[in-house]
Design a protein around this ligand. Structure first.
Ligand SMILES: [Zn+2]
Ligand SMILES: [Zn+2]
Length: 305
């Protein structure tokens, strides 16, 4: 699957990762492009991995691969980019995600693109084209099988907010900024809780990264960035037919910018009840996410859009 906006590079590599070799914990995500990127760095597409030898040691793996072969005891499971990225897209919603084997070719089916965001009954096999049915509407992804085998039955694990905040001005970092929202990881083996927050890179110049951390509060040029809105936009911009419907809808009465969640973050509406003053109003068919207006203020120097 291609990123829609950022210049991208893919690592032509498969990492074989034995979970037992990293008692400090392993985490695996699908890499999504930043929601704000004013650098000239290339976006690293693929499957992103963190691994630590001990709980207190620094990460000995912090890199992105084309695919990751996860090994534990006598088993193995290959996570490729499409599987990882579509899990990252689906994971922030409260949809049912299952693993489903095609009744014709016996391969595991992946709900991709828009189908990763909207639960459905008809699942077209991405290997042989056969249509499989499920009684309940759901999203399918092969990594659920891996999670089951690792006794990891949650999509969204209990996460914690880091006790860190960041208040910066854009012009302090001539090398540019990159901002992401965190997503639930596919695999998380550390005993500590996963962090749910805003990840920031800031560059003093072309090469020197001076900020590389995760914050629960980020204020950029006086604007507080909302983690939920960031996370949603990060996903909306991956699917062109969703992205083209997203703008900011304001209440005609109290002027509050509306923020659509759940299925309405994907499927546009033409009428709604204001989230602030509860007045009902209609508008052109739109999905609303207020982060768009905030990001537009910062995007002048963006070389990727
Ligand atoms: Zn099939
Ligand atoms: Zn209102």
């Amino acid at each position: 699957m291609r990123a829609t906006s950022a210049a991208s590079a893919i690592n032509n590599s498969t990492l074989t990762l034995n979970l037992d070799d990293y008692p400090g914990g392993v985490a695996i995500w699908g890499a999504l492009p930043a929601i704000l990127d004013t650098t000239t760095q290339k976006f690293d597409r693929g499957v992103h991995v963190h691994a630590r030898l001990t709980h207190v040691s620094k990460k000995c793996i912090d890199a992105t691969y084309e695919s990751v072969n996860v090994v534990w005891r006598n088993q193995q499971f290959l996570i490729d980019e499409a599987t990882a990225v579509h899990f990252s897209l689906a994971s922030i919603f409260h949809h049912k995600i299952i693993s489903l084997t095609c009744e014709q070719c016996s391969q595991s089916i992946l709900s991709s693109q828009l189908f990763s965001l909207i639960p459905h009954h008809e699942h077209i096999c991405n290997h042989c084209g056969h249509i499989n049915f499920t009684n309940k509407a759901c999203v399918t992804n092969p990594v659920i099988e891996l999670k089951k085998n690792l006794s990891d039955n949650t999509i969204k694990r209990k996460a914690m907010l880091p006790d860190r905040s960041l208040n910066i001005e854009m012009n302090q970092y001539p090398g540019g900024l990159q901002i992401w929202g965190s997503n639930p990881s596919i695999v998380w083996t550390a005993s500590r809780a996963e962090e749910s927050a805003i990840h920031v890179h800031a560059y003093a110049n072309h090469e020197r990264r001076v900020i590389d951390n995760t914050y629960s509060v980020v204020c950029l040029d006086g604007e507080y960035l909302d983690i939920e809105m960031i996370r949603m936009w990060q996903i909306q911009k991956m699917i062109p037919e969703v992205m083209s419907n997203v703008s900011v809808v304001f209440c005609p009465c109290c002027n509050t910018a509306q923020f659509d969640k759940g299925i309405y973050a994907v499927i546009p509406q033409t009428s709604r009840k204001c989230q602030q003053c509860a007045i009902s109003f209609s508008h052109e068919s739109r999905v609303s996410n207020p982060i768009i207006n905030i990001l537009n203020k910062f995007n002048h120097g963006d070389t990727h859009e």
